[in-house]
Design a protein around this ligand. Structure first.
Ligand code: HEM
Length: 422
C-alpha cells in the first residue's frame, strides 16, 4: 500500500526530525501501514519499516536483505545519480563495514572486532574515567549554567574515540567539524555550504568533507605503517584481508566510519540523557539515589533518543515480512526510532523510564551489522554519569533545547541547563 503523501513527505523532511513530528508519522504507520511504500517527489519508492518485530526480522537476514546494493542512507534520485556518476556506478562514496555484505563484511569486521569487545574495553576504564572527570570539571567551571551539548556532550565522546584511534588532541576540533559537516549536511547551521556552482541536490559538499577526512587519515595511516603503536589506527593501517593489505580507499573508509560513528551518536545520547533528567525530576532522583541504576538509565536514554534514525536495506530475492510480500530489488528503510516506540514491545513507550526492564531497544541495529561500538558507547556514557551524578544536586532547563535537522543521525545541538554542584 502507498502511504499518504504527507506521511511520506515527513519521512524525508529533516525538519520533521528536529521538531518531533516524525514520531506522529511513525505512530500512524505502525498502526495503519507498518511496511507501507513511500514515494516522496524525487525519490525512488521505498518501504518504511516501522514495527520492532519487522525491523529485527529484516536485520537478521543479511543474505536476503543487503546493505551494499543500494545507498545505505536515504537519498533522492538526483543525489544517487550524482554519486554513481562520480564513482563509476557505485551508490557509495565510502566503502566501510556499513556498505559491505558477505563475503567481505565478516572479513573486514573481524579486523577490529576484538578491539571493541568488552574484555578490551575494560582495560580502557581508567583512561575513559579520567576524560569523564575532566568533562565534569569543565562543566563545574561554568558556574551553574551552560549549554550541555557544547560544554560536555560534544567533546567527551570525541575525546574518547580519538584517544582510542590515536588522533592527537590538537586535531580534535578538526574531526568534530568534519563529522558535524558530514552528518549535519542538511542542517543550515551544521552543514558545509555547497560551492556556488553546485547543482541542486548536489553532494559536492559531502565529497569535499570526505576528501578532507581522507587527506587527514592518509598521513596518520602512513605514520602508523612506519611506526606502529598500540592504537586502533595501527590496527587499521596494517590490516590484511585474504593475505593482502587492505586498499587505501578501504582503510580510509574504516577510519571515517570509526571517527564519525564513534562520537556523534554517543554525543546525541549523552545530551538526550541530560535532557531527560531535566524534564523528569523523579527520574533524576531515582538514578541519583543509587548509581547501580545508571546502566538502566543509559539503556533508556539510548532507546529514548535513538540517534541513528534509519538505515536502508534492499531485497536480494522475494521475501515475506510481517505477512507482506517483498519483491527482489525493493528498497527498505529501517526506522529504529519507530521500533523503539513500538507499543507492542514497550509499555508507555513515550515515557522516559530508567527502571524499564527488560529494555529491548534496537538503537544499535541487529544482525551482522549490529553496532561494533555498542559496548564502548554504553561504557563511556555509564562512566560519565557515574562521575557526574554524585556531584549534581539539581538540574533544569534554562532555555529551549534544539535538535539538528537531519534524516540519518540526529540529536540535540543546544541544551541550555541550570544546575547546582556539590
Ligand atoms: C549511542 C551510540 C551509538 C548508536 C545508537 C549506534 C548505532 C549504530 C547502528 C544502528 C548501526 C547499524 C548499521 C547497519 O545496520 O547498517 C551501527 C553500526 C556501527 N557502529 Fe554504531 N552506534 C553508536 C556508537 C558507536 C560507537 C561509539 C562506535 C565506535 C567506533 C560505533 C561504530 C560502529 C561501526 C563501526 C558500525 C558498523 C558495523 C557493521 O556494519 O558491521 N558506533 N551503529
Amino acid at each position: 500500500m502507498t502511504i499518504p503523501q504527507e506521511v511520506a513527505d515527513a519521512i524525508v523532511d529533516p525538519k520533521a526530525y528536529a521538531d518531533g513530528r516524525i514520531y506522529e508519522s511513525y505512530a500512524w504507520l505502525r498502526a495503519n501501514d507498518p511496511l507501507g511504500v513511500a514515494q516522496p517527489a524525487g525519490y525512488d519508492p521505498f518501504r518504511v519499516v516501522t514495527r520492532h518485530a519487522d525491523i529485527l526480522e529484516i536485520s537478521r537476514q543479511n543474505e536476503l536483505f543487503h546493505s551494499g546494493d543500494r545507498a545505505t542512507t536515504i537519498v533522492n534520485k538526483a543525489v544517487d545519480d550524482h554519486v554513481r556518476k562520480q564513482t563509476g556506478g557505485s551508490p557509495h562514496l565510502v566503502r566501510s563495514l556499513v556498505q559491505m555484505d558477505a563475503p567481505d563484511h565478516p572479513k573486514y569486521r573481524a579486523l577490529t572486532q576484538a578491539w571493541f569487545m568488552p574484555r578490551n574495553m575494560q582495560g580502557l576504564d581508567q583512561r575513559i574515567r579520567n576524560i569523564a572527570r575532566a568533562s565534569v570539571e569543565r562543566m563545574a567551571a561554568k558556574g551553574g549554567e551552560c549549554d550541555f551539548v557544547r560544554e560536555v556532550a560534544l567533546h567527551y565522546p570525541l575525546h574518547v574515540i580519538m584517544e582510542i584511534l590515536g588522533v592527537p588532541e590538537q586535531d580534535e576540533p578538526r574531526m568534530l567539524m568534519l563529522t558535524q559537516e558530514l552528518f549535519g549536511a542538511a542542517d543550515p547551521e551544521l552543514g558545509r555550504a555547497p560551492s556556488a556552482t553546485a547543482a541542486p541536490g548536489d553532494r559536492s559538499s559531502i565529497q569535499a568533507v570526505l576528501a578532507d577526512f581522507y587527506q587527514y587519515f592518509a598521513q596518520i595511516s602512513a605514520d602508523r605503517r612506519a611506526n606502529p603503536r598500540d592504537d586502533l589506527a595501527t590496527v587499521i593501517a596494517t590490516s590484511q584481508v585474504d593475505g593482502r593489505p587492505i586498499s587505501e580507499f578501504e582503510a580510509m573508509s574504516y577510519y571515517v566510519i570509526v571517527a564519525t560513528a564513534g562520537h556523534d551518536t554517543t554525543s546525541s545520547t549523552t545530551a538526550g540523557a541530560m535532557r531527560a533528567l531535566c524534564e523528569n525530576p523523579d527520574q533524576f532522583a531515582y538514578v541519583k539515589q543509587d548509581l547501580s541504576r545508571v546502566p538502566g538509565f543509559i539503556d533508556e536514554a539510548i532507546r529514548w533518543t535513538t540517534p541513528v534514525k534509519t538505515f536502508m536495506r534492499s531485497a536480494t530475492a522475494y521475501a515475506k515480512v510481517g505477512g507482506q510480500a517483498i519483491v527482489k530489488g525493493e528498497w527498505l528503510m529501517l526506522c529504529y526510532a519507530s521500533g523503539n516506540r513500538d507499543e507492542a514491545v514497550f509499555d508507555e513507550p513515550d515515557r522516559f523510564r530508567a527502571d524499564r526492564k527488560p529494555n529491548k531497544q534496537l538503537a544499535f541495529g541487529y544482525g551482522a551489522h549490529l553496532c561494533l561500538g555498542q559496548h564502548l558507547a554504553k561504557m563511556e556514557m555509564r562512566i560519565l554519569y557515574e562521575e557526574l551524578l554524585p556531584r549534581l544536586q539539581s538540574v533544569e532547563l534554562a532555555g529551549e533545547p534544539r535538535m539538528s535537522e537531519a534524516l540519518f543521525v540526529n540529536g540535540l545541538k543546544r541544551l541550555p541547563i541550570r544546575f547546582k554542584f556539590s
